[in-house]
Design a protein around this ligand. Structure first.
Ligand code: SAM
Length: 166
């Protein structure tokens, strides 16, 4: 497969998964969290399709085009490891959906980052929230859910947060 085809396949899968996740949260209130602004592509797409939900973006070094950069009150600038824990007091409501597009391509670093952010991210989510991630995340209160048709296993990871039963 050419690199062009591979990129088209990856971005198509990302878009399909985002729409699937948005459908899953249609009955839930709460904002969206976008981890990894990058060029602002997925932020812009979420903005267009999230029916006016607030979107809070986390990014170490915002460098997207200004039209795809959130207003300052919706942007947590800095390392996820610091900003996620600091965000708890800022969100008026826990989030219904987190989209994590955080991979660097260096798998050892990506795994360490995924381990570090999983629980701080969980603390920002409402029960029933959906997490779509390009990295595998492990949180006791989350259950994996099947990816939408046509998306290969392991390309993305989809989770739903459930309340722990005592
Ligand atoms: N979703 C973006 C888009 O569609 O344009 C692409 C995101 S890009 C794959 C990953 C982004 O995560 C980069 O902008 C990078 O700076 C950010 N990032 C990676 N590790 C981070 C960390 N530890 N803290 C904050 N931002 C981080």
């Amino acid at each position: 497969m050419s690199r062009l085809d591979s990129m088209i396949r990856r971005l198509t899968a990302q878009k399909v998964c985002i729409h699937y996740a948005l459908d899953l949260i249609s009955d839930l209130g709460g904002p969206i969290l976008e981890l990894g602004l990058g060029n602002g592509r997925t932020y812009d797409h979420l903005r267009e399709h999230s029916k006016g939900r607030e979107i809070f973006v986390f990014e170490r070094k915002p460098a997207a085009h200004p039209s795809c950069t959130p207003a300052p009150q919706f942007l947590f600038e800095g390392d996820f490891r610091d900003t996620l824990t600091g965000a708890t007091g800022t969100l008026k409501l826990p989030a219904a959906f987190a989209h994590c597009d955080i991979g660097s391509g260096v798998s050892e670093n990506d795994r360490a980052l995924a381990r570090a952010i999983a629980y701080p991210l969980n603390d920002l989510l409402i029960s029933g929230a959906v997490v779509l991630s390009d990295q595998e995340l492990h949180v006791g209160q989350w259950r994996s859910i099947d990816l939408p048709n046509g998306v290969s296993e392991g390309r993305y990871f989809l989770y739903r947060k459930f309340e722990e039963r005592s």
